[in-house]
Design a protein around this ligand. Structure first.
Ligand code: GTP
Ligand code: MN
Length: 357
């Protein structure tokens, strides 16, 4: 039996697990203890009150994923959802792998199911699964009539959900709120499925959307993750940095996408990444491109993507027009970002390249 003192001394391992796997300290201790068959002193094994909440919220979230999956598989109401997924080109095995499900209408199905299993409605509210009704004292399901995409941590534990409408309703995607188990700035969609391939290939592809990640993955592009929306955070960049320092950013080619790209690329540079930018033809996002042209063509276009600084310079040159002055403008546009490239040699090389046209 390991003494508590020895456990404390090894607290770095626990800190590591806490940040990478989103565990609380006692959870990290329990995880290590289980893995190495170490008997824990009782007072470490007994969770504190807030910790109990956390564990219950995690449990309720796993149960919710299973519930939505069952609805998608088995219920007549989900027929439209099954058809929708089929239309978007998702096959059975990828639906299973990503844990995709369907939140039924009715407003109380999930709450009914979970309270029967002993979860209190207040807890479900804290988990972002239920909302308090404004009229009475009751609660209603947060997700209704939506395709459900579970958002998981690196170990595959489900922490949150994104729900998509099947028509033109708004919002197109509804996401879980921040909870004690989920902070959207600290996770990347699909990382638990992609991390081995990312490590093996020492290279990751970053996309924006759920299906931009799932469809290429289904077609064999396994080193792909999604930031879910446009503002990448330092936490997400550091998380990816545990697996590789090489990334291709493949955001939507619209203006919002280009601006988002600039910001995220600065973050990558600050963390010492080598960054390339991939812009797909015809304004296609990765999902649409792979469905149109296939994964092989997608991989091929990956080889032609441009280094980040060239992307920024190109954008600047486009704005500035032709001639020597435009080169100067381009250099000026690049300089503030160039300052973030940690490697001095790389920095100098680039300046000489761009200033000589
Ligand atoms: P599909 O139409 O399903 O292919 O979605 P998309 O990924 O192509 O959509 P879009 O490019 O508009 O958005 C990219 C990503 O931003 C989505 O996958 C979501 O993660 C996120 N997003 C888009 N719309 C919304 C929204 O209305 N609310 C929230 N919270 N996130 C959204
Ligand atoms: Mn899309």
């Amino acid at each position: 039996m390991v003494s508590l003192l020895r456990l404390r001394r090894q607290r770095d391992i626990f800190r590591f697990l806490m940040s990478v796997d989103n565990l609380s300290f006692p959870e990290a201790v329990r995880w290590v203890a289980e893995k190495y068959s170490i008997a824990l002193p009782v007072f470490v094994a007994r969770p504190e009150e807030s910790d109990k909440d956390r564990q219950q919220i995690l449990d309720a979230t796993q149960a919710t994923e299973a519930f939505y999956q069952n609805v998608l598989r088995a219920e007549p109401e989900a027929q439209e959802a099954r058809r929708y997924l089929q239309q978007r080109g998702l096959r059975e095995e990828v639906i299973e792998k990503f844990g995709i499900g369907y939140a039924p209408s009715g407003g109380g199905r999930l709450i009914g199911y979970l309270t029967e299993q002993g979860f209190a409605a207040e807890l479900l509210e804290k988990a972002g699964l239920a909302k308090k009704s404004e009229l009475g004292k009751g609660y209603y399901d947060s997700f209704r009539r939506r395709i459900i995409f579970p958002i998981k941590d690196v170990r595959g534990k489900t922490l949150a959900f994104g729900g998509r409408v099947m028509d033109d309703g708004v919002p197109k995607y509804l996401n879980s709120p921040e909870t004690v188990i989920y902070s959207k700035s600290r996770h990347l969609f699909g990382l638990c499925f992609a991390r081995e391939a990312i490590r093996e290939q020492n290279h990751a592809i970053l996309v924006e959307g759920y299906l931009d990640c799932i469809i290429p993955f289904q077609e064999g592009v396994r080193n792909i993750v999604a930031s879910l929306g446009t503002s990448l955070t330092q936490g997400q960049v550091r998380l990816l940095g545990r697996y590789t320092k090489n990334v291709v950013v493949n955001y939507d080619p619209d203006t919002a996408g280009v601006n988002a790209m600039r910001r995220s690329l600065e973050l990558f540079l600050e963390e010492g990444f080598r960054v390339n930018v991939l812009r797909l033809p015809d304004g296609l996002d990765p999902d649409a491109f792979v469905r149109r042209s296939g994964a092989q063509e997608y991989r091929r276009s990956m080889k032609q993507c441009e280094p980040y600084l060239e992307f920024i310079a190109d954008e600047a040159l486009k704005d500035a027009g032709a001639g020597a002055r435009s080169r100067l403008n381009a250099v000026n546009a690049v300089l503030p970002i160039l300052a973030k490239v940690p490697d001095r040699v790389e920095r100098l090389e680039f300046v000489s390249r761009i200033s000589s046209g």
